[in-house]
Design a protein around this ligand. Structure first.
Ligand code: AMP
Ligand code: MN
Ligand code: MN
Ligand code: MN
Length: 282
């Protein structure tokens, strides 16, 4: 069996629903041989995931997914093969988590204006990790019957332009990439098809990303269709970016790609793992 990579996944330390051990066990059962745990703005799950990986003979890559504000857009930058003990990285992530706390209270305030009470307290109980996410608010809205599913919660309340949407001020692009590089990692532009930017703006983003040290882009993602894959494979080649592969798995109840159940990286793209095979952190 060839090595199988899944380099983007979440545990309950951010907005996923599985423990790191459950996540690693499921990845292994699905044939994944190298998994990156990339929780949003927190690395608390990595130690447990590492132990679970060692027991099963699965290689666990330490990762993180950093929230970034770039030209008023929210972007996600994945860091792979990071050293989670790096102080500058941890300080940066702690700042984002503070923003998340502020934003959660602000979302609560806006929901109250719509006569929806108790969201903040519920979300504080629900979140088992160190971050509060819109995913948790979506679950509150579903559980309390305000919407039928999570997708609807974003469409009606939490998404951009909706009444409970609050744009957080996340890290700057150069800061996030700098923290990742400073921690010995590789910075990856996550799920590029999800950003609502023109092709001109995407070019600007890619140039800035590369200028500040970004090295890879997700070509295969749970949120990409075949046309997205083809488009971003071409872009990876054109810009000299390495190609990454990740499901963005959040848990069995989410209708997202399952761990390791991903398309092949097109042969023309240099895989991101060519950069970390044999390194210390990997
Ligand atoms: P946050 O980082 O707190 O702003 O929350 C963003 C997270 O919400 C993403 O990482 C996804 O897990 C989830 N999400 C974003 N858009 C949607 C959507 N339309 N439906 C369901 N989940 C979503
Ligand atoms: Mn998420
Ligand atoms: Mn993301
Ligand atoms: Mn993600």
């Amino acid at each position: 069996m060839p090595p199988a990579y899944d380099l983007h996944a979440h545990s309950l330390h951010s907005d996923g629903t599985l423990t790191p051990t459950e996540l690693v066990t499921r990845a292994h059962a699905n044939g994944v041989t190298t998994l990156a745990l990339t929780d949003h703005d927190v690395t608390d799950g990595l130690a447990e995931a590492q132990v679970a990986g060692e027991k099963l003979g699965l290689r666990l890559l330490p990762g993180v997914e950093i929230s970034v504000t770039w030209e008023r857009e929210t972007l996600h930058i994945v860091g792979l093969a990071i050293d989670p003990a790096n102080a500058a990285l941890q300080q940066g992530l702690a700042g984002i988590r503070e923003q998340r706390n502020w934003r959660a209270q602000e979302i609560d305030r806006r929901l109250r204006k719509k006569n929806i009470e108790g969201a903040y307290d519920y979300v504080r109980q629900l979140a088992r990790g160190a971050i509060l996410s819109r995913t948790h608010f979506a679950q509150f809205l579903v559980t309390h019957g305000f919407v039928r599913d999570s997708k609807q919660a974003f469409k009606q309340y939490l998404g951009q332009g909706r009444p409970a949407h609050v744009s957080g001020q996340w890290a700057r692009l150069d800061e996030a990439v700098g923290w990742i590089c400073g921690a010995g990692g590789i910075a990856v532009l996550a799920h590029p098809a999800r950003y609502r930017v023109s092709s001109g703006k995407l070019k600007k983003l890619l140039r800035e990303f590369i200028d500040c040290g970004g090295r890879a882009i997700e070509v295969i993602s749970g949120s990409h269709g075949p046309a997205d894959t083809e488009r971003f494979a071409q872009i990876a080649c054109e810009y000299g970016l390495l190609g990454s592969v990740g499901s963005d798995y959040h848990g069995p109840e989410k209708s997202w790609a399952d761990l390791g159940r991903l398309a092949m990286l097109p042969a023309a793209v240099t895989p991101v793992w060519s950069a970390f095979e044999g390194t210390v952190n990997a």
